[in-house]
Design a protein around this ligand. Structure first.
Ligand code: GLC
Length: 471
């Protein structure tokens, strides 16, 4: 079958978080199962765009309010991924360096979605499935069904995957001024709480909704940033499919970013060399356990507590550990993390940036990965950590609950805690330090962890089964 994924991000063309990783990997694994897969995304002006080759496959324009917007569809020639990658360029709107964060994001993503449907209704062979990811592509199923001139698209089945229901793409109802020849009787499908809500609209219009873990889906029925009732109403079309990770990109045996390759049989030496290199680079003590936090510095990930937690850990347990933070996000959180540096120099470092290469080096060199998330639909970092023999310390929520078993349980390997509060976090660091004293147990856990299979193979197949059920 032919599947088109539509997303704001796709690694390595443009990635901000896990969404990019998933859309960069899932189509590849679906292709391995024998299907034709394509990804369509906005043409962000990234380094990848500049350093790869593209051909123009379509140039056209669509009505946008009282004007017309020109758009160009480009396709990567010899993509480094195995699937076809298409980008939509709209002059002055989509050709920007960042994926999000502009004042006119609402107009940008609306124009992206309108251009997408305008383009695909012209193509000869329609796909079997249009699979939209998160709210940035959430209005597409509505456009496909209720734009009067797009009747041809009504036969295509649609799937929505929710990577994060906190963000919903809300806009004023007067934004319908940009729609063209649509069935205004269907206004109700666009609305939630007197606004246009792109995510809610997608949930109502698609054939199937998936969330990136089953536990997260269960949480959404009672905690979904205002959409709880809708999830309850649409329960029957919702299911959870856990993400996988891309075993080509995340493999300590071949990872081009790390200092020393290793695998589950010689990880002791491999991890030690990688750890030394990281500790040298950031003036940390490599004889002590190395804890890392990697991710967006936002409240959802409980990053706002790190600048309190880290000094508290040193106060409680002494300088018997190193803590390294990598990520960017909320300016206040970034500043707080920078400000605590002088007091703990030699045991703490923060790299306030998005740095793909450094993240690989940290997974390879660290002892523990700390993920205290308040909300975690799936979480990929804990799975990367497993692959690199780095013990995950997680709050048992969403996908973290579905993928990490505490080491005291049968077949366990991680450290789990219940609440995103300082007490639970400090206790879990205490448990990790205790565990670390018994290096034989630690090594046994590492060895077991590295053989757990979280590759995309299984989940990619689950998506195919889901498509089959609606075709
Ligand atoms: C979002 C979620 C994260 C998930 C990722 C990929 O970033 O916050 O939990 O792993 O999407 O689905």
């Amino acid at each position: 079958m032919e599947i088109i994924h539509v997303s704001a991000e796709c690694y390595p063309m443009a990635k901000v978080g896990g969404l990019g990783d998933v859309v960069g990997a899932l189509p590849k694994y679906q292709k391995k199962l024998g299907h034709t897969t394509k990804v369509v995304m906005p043409m962000h002006h990234t380094q990848y765009l500049e350093t790869h080759h593209w051909e123009v496959v379509c140039k056209s324009s669509f009505p946008f309010g009282d004007t017309y917007l020109d758009y160009t569809i480009i396709k990567e020639i010899n993509p480094s991924q195995t699937f076809d990658l298409y980008c939509i360029d709209i002059f002055n709107l989509l050709d920007r360096p960042n994926v999000y964060g502009y004042k006119d994001d609402t107009e940008r993503f609306l124009a992206f979605q309108l251009a997408f449907v305008h383009w695909i209704r012209q193509i000869d062979m329609l796909p079997d499935i249009v699979h939209v990811h998160d709210h940035h592509a959430g209005l597409i199923p509505f456009f496909m069904q209720h734009f009067l001139e797009y009747k041809r698209l009504q036969s295509i089945q649609t799937v929505l995957t929710i990577h994060n229901a906190e963000y919903q793409g809300c806009m004023n109802v007067n934004m319908v001024k940009y729609f063209f020849s649509w069935d205004t009787w269907k206004m109700g499908l666009l609305e939630w709480d007197f606004q246009i809500n792109s995510l809610a609209c997608a949930i109502k219009c698609v054939n199937k909704v998936t969330t990136v873990s089953n536990s997260y889906l269960q949480e959404l029925f009672y905690n979904a940033n205002g959409l709880e009732k809708l999830f309850q109403q649409e329960k029957n079309k919702c299911s959870g499919i856990i993400n996988g990770i891309d075993y080509d990109t995340w493999n300590p045996q071949t990872d081009r970013f790390i200092k020393q390759f290793y695998h589950s049989r010689n990880f002791k030496k491999g991890k030690a060399i990688n750890k030394d290199s990281i500790c040298k680079q950031f003036s940390l003590d490599s004889t002590l356990p190395l804890f890392i936090f990697i991710g967006r510095l936002v409240k959802e990930k409980a990053a706002d507590l790190l600048h309190i937690l880290i000094p508290l850990a040193f106060e409680t347990y002494g300088y018997c550990l190193n803590f390294l933070v990598l990520g960017n996000g909320d300016i206040e959180i970034e500043n707080n993390l920078k400000n605590i540096l002088p007091n703990h120099f030699g045991y703490y470092h923060s790299s306030i940036e998005y740095n793909e290469a450094l993240s690989h080096q940290l997974y390879a060199g660290a002892d523990f990965l700390f993920m205290p998330s308040r909300v975690e639909p799936c979480g990929l970092n804990q799975m990367y950590a497993l692959r690199y023999g780095t013990i995950p310390i997680v709050r048992s929520i969403g996908g973290l609950k579905d993928t990490v078993i505490d080491f005291v349980e049968p077949n366990g390997f991680g450290i789990c805690f219940n609440d995103a509060n300082l007490k639970d976090m400090i206790d879990s660091i205490g448990r990790s330090l205790e565990l670390y004293k018994n290096i034989n147990t630690v090594n046994q856990i590492r060895k077991n962890m590295m053989t757990i299979n979280y590759s995309w193979q299984k989940s990619a197949k689950e998506y195919i089964d889901l498509y089959d059920s609606i075709l």
